[in-house]
Each structure stands twice: as structure tokens, then as C-alpha cells.
Design a protein around this ligand. Structure first.
Ligand SMILES: Nc1nc2c(c(=O)[nH]1)N[C@H]1C(S)=C(S)[C@@H](COP(=O)(O)OP(=O)(O)OC[C@H]3O[C@@H](n4cnc5c(=O)[nH]c(N)nc54)[C@H](O)[C@@H]3O)O[C@H]1N2
Ligand SMILES: Nc1nc2c(c(=O)[nH]1)N[C@H]1C(S)=C(S)[C@@H](COP(=O)(O)OP(=O)(O)OC[C@H]3O[C@@H](n4cnc5c(=O)[nH]c(N)nc54)[C@H](O)[C@@H]3O)O[C@H]1N2
Ligand SMILES: [Mo]
Length: 761
């Protein structure tokens, strides 16, 4: 085999962070033509008087951030505050047919949307429309549907609490609970799985807990790219000597070594800090096996210790006082045989044992996880086994310990808290009735997969999107695209043009919104909004940049405009007053969700306030009133993987993207430059197919409902377990069947896709 690597593929040897990150910040500013303003903008991010960084949901220590060094935060902010514009003149120049041929990167790179637009079928172009006319068209589209349940209302996780709350108010007043949202494709396995285990679908740790922890376990997340500010926390923990045990099929560089750009010594001496104390390259989808293996070992050691006259290794007080279900879990784990555990996890007994050593030695353990856990057909079971693992030693509800899901979008958690859910509970319905004087519908609405199914089958005819790029983010885009083109009404509130906007319905409307960084001026003055981070901290966010044009409106103002036009005087809701002064929206949030008491006062404190997470106080809001050890029988292998030729594909974010937003074509830490058309493969899997590093390949899904191929990708030899392959999201979504999702939570199995790979003839 020749030593020459494929074009654009290198072996990246430097640590993550360091000068490379600072250089990338400078390049990012230059690319978006905001060199002068740029630095000032970055300095305002995550400051008490500034805006919340739209880059991730990791909290900031006391809001004294080292933010100006955060490369991917800088990308998120500059992408929004760019000086580029996609105005009416741009849309006059290009037909939709032409724009459809452009890449996702090029579509968004035209810059900020500045004018409301309506699609004109005669000229195949988006033309300007006045706001009131747009609201009237949307109202008539929605009101002409035979049933409100034929409309879908999508929320992407950048929306503020105020915008999301108004959106759910409008939609419930209109008459449906069809609330597909990005969380359904993301941490839904957490939102569904954790309440059954510990009574709350959120993380239980705070940033301070990391100062008191004795060990950190990390499953399936890539913080160097996706939660960059978490690197400061991991860097500090590692320097304190806290072991960090990683389970990830790929050796992510930032989890191996990190140079903190704000550390003068590391920067001047070109040194770095090791992050992972042990790195276990679990097979994709092998986490359940790894967890059961570790629990099996813990039970074995417990029995041995007791036989030797010791106290055992479990936290027996915690288990007796606070939990139920241990015996059933023990029985399930006992039934799971070692050979199967080794095979499915790809890990040895020594590896699992070493992780158990760290776990048992630590008094307090924090366990962090991301999409590598949730986006599987058994995502909910995965999450619940993580909780089991922690509960064996009482690692929930005490300082320095707990479960820490890494949330995605910067306010995805807040959107759910303030009512974006297709399954409203009684408390929500009662609260809404108290605040607004009407009883909203109670019947279950659609989540994201169900919404797309309804659209494809023609049961839903309207789609209103509060941000996002649903068609591209969802599995099986071919079927999704086709479905969306059959809609009667499509409305997109967006900052930038994307492919979902080009799926033309009978009536298609794009509404340009203000972003986090923009000043939001209403009739009573400049407004702040609020967001909730991954650790349930609610704080305010205020943009200060001059908006990209005079015509843009804030999300709350647009939602209020649509609502007033659609509902008329159906209910006595003062949309105009709430738009004029967002404090009035917060007053209503407080009535519906009492946890927000004194909302307007408490957000004045720098850093904001924390919503209650009962599990932190060891109060378990489960049906039994206890924390529950839950059983997931077997190791849940997808039978399609028994096909000899089958590989399991996982889909990843590159270092230069934000979900479907592609900032650039590099993935520096994985050694990929100027391209995304690659599949990472183990050398054994290449050889077994007669392939070499750099060969052109086709990837075909193994699915009865969706036999699809993506062609012309390049195989790249990579350090990934045999049997597992990886490619980029969203390019790979074509081979993911809509029917492949976690039945408990509806989360698509984006990280466990059975495929075959062949060389191109
Ligand atoms: N810059 C940037 N920041 C972001 C985003 C972005 O796109 N760009 N997206 C935001 C959003 S919405 C989200 S949800 C988060 C996503 O943040 P992450 O959860 O970090 O997202 P992914 O890139 O999907 O990668 C997950 C990690 O899981 C690993 N993995 C894959 N399959 C498995 C498996 O079966 N088991 C285990 N143990 N690991 C596996 C991959 O190797 C990868 O390291 O980030 C948020 N922040
Ligand atoms: N194969 C595969 N598919 C996946 C995933 C995966 O790991 N693998 N991850 C899934 C996950 S975790 C998620 S969260 C989803 C993401 O799904 P989405 O949240 O729907 O997608 P984004 O790419 O974040 O949306 C980008 C668009 O949002 C708009 N936008 C940006 N900022 C704002 C704003 O402030 N307001 C408004 N109104 N609009 C704005 C812009 O127009 C931009 O084009 O994708 C999912 N899809
Ligand atoms: Mo996400």
C-alpha cells in the first residue's frame, strides 16, 4: 500500500486548542468581513450585560468568561453578525431552481436575510412582501385547514424562552400540540429516559460540582468541537489530577490533549495538558455492552468483598433509602455473558476493569454524555444504564457527583422548559388556563419523526418553522424533501437562507428574524431575552449590534403578528403589549411555570438563577417516589448487523460546522482539510473489501424501507474500531431510514446506521 495519503488528509499531531485555535478565530473574523467590529462583538459574549453565545449550552463560570478564546463560539457569533446580506436584490437575481443546485455552505454564506419574502410560482423566485400581508397570508393558510392538527410547528433550539413561550401559546390557542422540535433529534432519549430513572429529564450537576469531583466519565461527546467552553473545565480537572475516562470509538484530539489558549505557559512553551486518563475505543453502539460489563464487574467485586468480610462496594444506604429495582438489574446483568459483552463493546476485561477501578476509587463521580449515547435505536436504554451505573454508588444528588448530558443548541433545554412539547401534562394545561383563561388541547401531538411522516403521507399540510433546517437535519432527506414539496403552506422564520426554504409549497414564506447578537428595540425600549443552559441556569441575553436591516423583526414580534392575524379576537391575549415589553411575557411564564417565581427580578442577578432539579436534593419525581434502576434486556443488537458484510455507520459533526450550517470544509483535529466527502474506516475493514486508503466508495443502507446509496465518497484509513465507520452529518442522512429511531423517545438512530460499503467499479 502506498504511503501517500488521499488529497486533503493528514495525520494531525498537535494538541487541540493552542495557537491553531487562535489563528482560526482570526480567519473566521476575516471571512465574515467583520474585522473591526469582530473583536468588540466577541468581548461582549457571555458577559452580564451582553448576549448569550449561540454556540453551545455549556455554562460560563460566574459569567467571567475566557470567551474571546473560544474558536467555535467565535464561528457561531461571526456567522450571525456577518456583514454579508441576502436581500431582495439577491432573490431577484436567482431562481429557486438555481439556488437548489448550490451547496448548503453557499446558501447560508450569502449572509443575513433582510426582507420578508413570498415565493412567486410564475418567476420561480422569492419576492418581497410586506409584513402585514405576510401575516394575513399565513393566517388564511392556517385557518383554511380542515383541522389544526394538519399543521406542524417546528422549533429549533436557538429560540429564546420568550419566543418559544409565545410560540407554544399561539399554537395551543390555534388548537394543536404538534410540536416537532430539534430536541426530538437530539437529547429526547434524555428527556424521556431520565424522568423514569431519576424523575427529571435534565442534568443534575452544576459547574461547581466539577471542582469537587474525583472522577469524570465521558461517553460519546466531542467537547473540543461542540462544547468548547467545557474544555476549560476538563483542563482544570485534569490538572487537579482528576481521572477522566473516555468511551468513544474515535480518538477525538481534544479529549486526548488540549492547550488552553488563555494559559500563557502552555501557549509560550507549546505544551499541552493530557485530558483523558484512559481512552476506551468502544465499538459504535457498544456502550450498552460496556456499561453492563462494568456493572457486572462491580457486582462481582461487591460479592467478593462481602465474602472476604468487607462492606461491599455499593452505596447500600443510598440504595436502600432512595432506590428500587436493584435485584432486577442484577439479574439482567448476570444473564449477560462476558463473551457477548467483549464482542459488542469491543473492549477487553482489562479495559473494563481499569475503568471500574477508577469508578470504585472515586468518592464522587460525574458522568457526561452526548449524541454518541442518545442517537441510537436504544438511546433511551443507554441513558438509563448510565443512570444505573451512577446510582450503584449513590453518585446522584450530592456535591461533586451526578449526570451531565451535554445539551445541543444554546437554548434547547429552555424551549422545552417553557412548553415546547407534544405531550402537555396537566400542570402545563392548568398553568395555561390560569394565565390565559382558556384550556388548551390535551391530546398528544407530533414529535419530529411523526411530523415528517404526517407530511409525507399528506396528513399534515402546513409547516411553520421557528428557525432550523428541518428537512436537512432529518433522516431520509429524499423522502422528507418530497413530502415538504406537497405542503399547502410553509413558513420559515430564519436568520439565513437554507435548503428547507427551497422546498416550495403552494404558499412559501420566509421571515427574517433578529439574532442573539442584534439589538432588539421595541416600543418600550431595548429588550432582553432569557435562555437556560445545560445546567438549568436561566439568565438574560441582550444583543447590541445594529440589526442587518430596517425590516427585520424579533421572533416574539413575528410570532405575535402571526398569532394576532390567525386568532383574531378568539381569546383575550394582548399580543401587542407582550411584544412591546418582554417583561410581560416573563410575567406569564411565571404564572404557567411557578419555578420561574420573581422571574423579572431574578434575571437581574449576573449569572441568573437555577431552576429546581429535584433529583439534586434526592427528591425523586418518579411514580414510585424513588430513583429507579431500570432494566434494558439483552444487548439489543440490530439484526441487520448480523449480515456478514454489514458495518455500522455513525454520523459526526466536523470542527467547521454547526449542525446543517457548514462554516468551512476543514475538520482540523481529525486531519481533514478542504473536503467532507470522506468515510473513516478501520484498515481491516478496508482490506476485507479489497480497498485501500483513498479509494472511491459507495455507501448503501441496509433497510427494507429505504435502500439508498451515496456515491463517490473517499475511504480514509482511520483509528476507529473494526466494524464501525464514520461520516459527516448531514451528507450521510441520505442512507438513514426514517423508520430507524428509538421507539421509546423517537430519537433517530443517526449514530447506528447499518450499511454496506463497496469500491466503485
Ligand atoms: N461547533 C459546534 N457546536 C455544536 C454543534 C455543532 O454542530 N457545532 N451542535 C450542537 C448540538 S445541536 C449538539 S446536540 C451538540 C452535539 O455534540 P456531540 O454530542 O459532541 O456531537 P457529535 O459530533 O454528533 O458527536 C458525538 C461524539 O460521539 C462519538 N460517537 C459516535 N457514535 C458513538 C457511539 O456509539 N458511542 C460512543 N460512546 N460515542 C460515539 C463521536 O465519535 C463523537 O465524538 O453540540 C452542539 N454544539
Ligand atoms: N445524521 C445526523 N443528523 C442529525 C444529527 C446528527 O448527529 N447526525 N444531529 C441532530 C441534532 S442533535 C439536531 S439538534 C438537529 C439540528 O436541526 P436544526 O436545529 O433544525 O438545524 P440547524 O442546522 O441548527 O439550523 C440552522 C438554521 O437555523 C436558522 N437560524 C440560526 N439562528 C437562528 C435564530 O437565532 N433564529 C431563527 N429563527 N433561526 C435561526 C438559520 O436559518 C440556519 O440555516 O439535527 C439533527 N440531525
Ligand atoms: Mo442537537
Amino acid at each position: 500500500m502506498s504511503k501517500k495519503r488521499p488529497d486533503g488528509i493528514e495525520t494531525y499531531t498537535a494538541p487541540a486548542g493552542g495557537w491553531g485555535a487562535l489563528k482560526a478565530v482570526a480567519q473566521t473574523l476575516a471571512r465574515q468581513q467583520i474585522i473591526a467590529e469582530g473583536a468588540r462583538t466577541l468581548l461582549k459574549a457571555n458577559q452580564p450585560s451582553g448576549f448569550d453565545c449561540p454556540g453551545c449550552a455549556w455554562p460560563d463560570p460566574k459569567h467571567t468568561s475566557s470567551f474571546e478564546f473560544c474558536e467555535n463560539g467565535a464561528k457561531a457569533i461571526t456567522w450571525e453578525s456577518t456583514s454579508k446580506r441576502a436581500g431582495s436584490d439577491f432573490f431577484a437575481e436567482h431562481t429557486v431552481a438555481e439556488l437548489w443546485q448550490w451547496s448548503d455552505h453557499k446558501l447560508e454564506d450569502q449572509g443575513r436575510l433582510t426582507h420578508p419574502l413570498i415565493y412567486d410560482h410564475a418567476s420561480d423566485r422569492y419576492l418581497p412582501i410586506e409584513w402585514d400581508a405576510a401575516f394575513a397570508r399565513i393566517a388564511s393558510g392556517l385557518n383554511s385547514l380542515p383541522s389544526p392538527h394538519m399543521a406542524e410547528f417546528y422549533t429549533s433550539g436557538r429560540a429564546s424562552n420568550e419566543a418559544a413561550f409565545l410560540f407554544q401559546l399561539f399554537v395551543r390557542a390555534y388548537g394543536t400540540n404538534n410540536f416537532p422540535d430539534c430536541s426530538n433529534m437530539c437529547h429526547e432519549a434524555t428527556s424521556v429516559g431520565l424522568p423514569m430513572s431519576i424523575g427529571v429529564g435534565k442534568g443534575t450537576v452544576t459547574l461547581e460540582d466539577f471542582d469537587h469531583t474525583d472522577a469524570i466519565f465521558s461517553f460519546g461527546h466531542n467537547p473540543g468541537t461542540n462544547h468548547p467552553r467545557m474544555m476549560t473545565t476538563l483542563h482544570e480537572a485534569s490538572r487537579r489530577g482528576v481521572p477522566i475516562v473516555v468511551f468513544n470509538p474515535l480518538k477525538e484530539r481534544a479529549l486526548e490533549r488540549f492547550a488552553a489558549p488563555q494559559d500563557p505557559i502552555e501557549m509560550t512553551t507549546l505544551s499541552s495538558t493530557p485530558i483523558a486518563s484512559a481512552y476506551h475505543q468502544v465499538r459504535t453502539g457498544g456502550d450498552l455492552a460496556a456499561l453492563k460489563g462494568m456493572m457486572k464487574r462491580i457486582f462481582e467485586r461487591d460479592a467478593a468483598d462481602i465474602a472476604a468480610g468487607g462492606p461491599g462496594v455499593l452505596d447500600r444506604d443510598f440504595i436502600a433509602t432512595h432506590t428500587i429495582g436493584l435485584e432486577a438489574l442484577k439479574a439482567d446483568v448476570a444473564r449477560t455473558e462476558w463473551p457477548e459483552i467483549f464482542e459488542k463493546s469491543g473492549l477487553t476485561l482489562e479495559a473494563l476493569d481499569s475503568a471500574v477501578d477508577v469508578y470504585l476509587k472515586a468518592k464522587n463521580v460525574i458522568l457526561c454524555y452526548g449524541m454518541g449515547i442518545t442517537q441510537h435505536a436504544n438511546g433511551t436504554a443507554n441513558v438509563q444504564q448510565l443512570a444505573n451505573f451512577l446510582m450503584l454508588r449513590g453518585n446522584i444528588g450530592r456535591q461533586g457527583a451526578g449526570i451531565c448530558p451535554l445539551r445541543g443548541h444554546s437554548n434547547v433545554q429552555g424551549d422545552r422548559t417553557v412548553g415546547i412539547t407534544e405531550i402537555p401534562n396537566d400542570a402545563l394545561l392548568d398553568g395555561m388556563e390560569k394565565a390565559f383563561g382558556f384550556r388548551p388541547p390535551a391530546e398528544k401531538g407530533h414529535n419530529a419523526v411523526e411530523a415528517i411522516e404526517a407530511i409525507i403521507e399528506g396528513r399534515s399540510k402546513a409547516l411553520v418553522c421557528l428557525g432550523g433546517n428541518l428537512a436537512v437535519a432529518m433522516s431520509d432527506p429524499e423522502a422528507t424533501f418530497q413530502g415538504m414539496r406537497q405542503l399547502d403552506l410553509a413558513v420559515h422564520m430564519a436568520t439565513k437562507l437554507n435548503r428547507s426554504h427551497l422546498l416550495i409549497a403552494k404558499t412559501s414564506i420566509i421571515l427574517p428574524v433578529l439574532g442573539r447578537t442584534d439589538q432588539d428595540l421595541q416600543t418600550t425600549g431595548p429588550q432582553s431575552v432569557t435562555v437556560e443552559d445545560s445546567m438549568s441556569m436561566v439568565h438574560s441575553s441582550r444583543g447590541f449590534l445594529k440589526p442587518p436591516g430596517d425590516e427585520l423583526k424579533s421572533e416574539p414580534a413575528i410570532i405575535a403578528g402571526i398569532a394576532a392575524a390567525t386568532l383574531g379576537d378568539k381569546y383575550a391575549i394582548d399580543w401587542q403589549a407582550m411584544t412591546a415589553d418582554y417583561r410581560l411575557i416573563r410575567d406569564k411564564i411565571e404564572i404557567v411555570f411557578p419555578d420561574f417565581r420573581d422571574f423579572n427580578t431574578r434575571i437581574k442577578t449576573p449569572g441568573g438563577f437555577r431552576l429546581s432539579v429535584p433529583a439534586c436534593e434526592r427528591i425523586w419525581k418518579t411514580p414510585s417516589g424513588k430513583a429507579e434502576f431500570l432494566v434494558a434486556p439483552g444487548l439489543d443488537e440490530d439484526p441487520r448487523l448480523r449480515d456478514n458484510d454489514a458495518l455500522v455507520l455513525t454520523t459526526l459533526r466536523s470542527h467547521d460546522q454547526y449542525n446543517t450550517t457548514i462554516y468551512g470544509l476543514d475538520d482540523r483535529y481529525r486531519g481533514v482539510f478542504g473536503r467532507r466527502d470522506v468515510i473513516f474506516m478501520n484498515r481491516l475493514d478496508l482490506e476485507a473489501r479489497g480497498l485501500a486508503d483513498g479509494d472511491l466508495i459507495d455507501i448503501e443502507s441496509i433497510s427494507a424501507s429505504n435502500a439508498r446509496t451515496v456515491s463517490g465518497f473517499t475511504a480514509v484509513a482511520y483509528d476507529i474500531p473494526a466494524g464501525s465507520v464514520a461520516g459527516y452529518y448531514p451528507e450521510m442522512n441520505k442512507v438513514i431510514a426514517l423508520a430507524d429511531y428509538d421507539r421509546k423517545s423517537g430519537t433517530p438512530a443517526y449514530k447506528g446506521v447499518p450499511v454496506t460499503i463497496r469500491g466503485r467499479a
